[in-house]
Design a protein around this ligand. Structure first.
Ligand code: ZN
Ligand code: ZN
Length: 187
């Protein structure tokens, strides 16, 4: 199957309990997140199963998706594998319109709802959102990344600089900021 987000749901549409499952190849793409570029790399594979029920289509997506986005410390693009396991519910636009917001957002059962028309559903936006949700809190190009120098902004992995060393731990940096503020106030 070629890489596309548009999935033909003809085999399960309108069925009650009909299921298909297949390996989906999400297309490689890059999109902006908070002013930076997040890339889904080529060659990924996810297991998708679709089930038709009462005019709805329930989709289940499981995969380990290879992506690339800036390292938290040095801002250079770095690869990560993000596990995704989620469900989506596709309904007609009429049903979607009537649906209260908490249900659309899947507040109760964790299944978000999406409108679709015709014979295809789009899995792209769901994957993008779920990758961002599942991204690890700390993303580094390598465990010992030296990061950018907070003084001169140089990437310290590439060349050392002669600036006064700063504490690497951001909590220490935050603490130091607080102490500095305290100093300013006491003056
Ligand atoms: Zn880095
Ligand atoms: Zn420096």
């Amino acid at each position: 199957m070629s890489a596309t987000s548009w999935i033909d749901v003809q085999p399960v549409k309108g069925s009650n309990g009909g299921t298909i499952s297949f390996v989906w190849t999400p297309p490689a793409e890059a999109f902006p997140v908070a002013g930076q570029t997040f890339e889904i790399l080529p060659g990924n594979a996810a297991r998708v199963s679709l089930r038709g029920e009462d005019g709805r289509i329930e989709a289940r997506v499981d995969g380990l998706i290879r992506v690339r986005y800036p390292c938290d410390r040095c801002l250079e693009p770095a690869e990560e594998r993000i596990p995704v396991h989620y469900r989506q519910r596709f309904v007609t636009p009429e049903v979607f319109e009537q649906m209260p917001a908490p249900e659309r957002e899947g507040e109760e059962d964790g299944v978000t709802c999406w409108p679709y028309t015709g014979s295809h559903i789009d899995l792209g936006e769901g994957l993008r959102q779920n990758l961002l949700l599942a991204a690890p809190p700390k993303h580094l190009c390598r465990e010992d990344c030296l990061g950018l120098c907070p003084v001169c902004g140089r990437n310290r992995n590439l060349e050392p600089c002669a600036c006064e060393p700063e504490p690497v731990d951001p909590r220490l940096a935050a603490l130091r900021e607080l102490l500095k503020e305290g100093d300013d106030e006491s003056r």
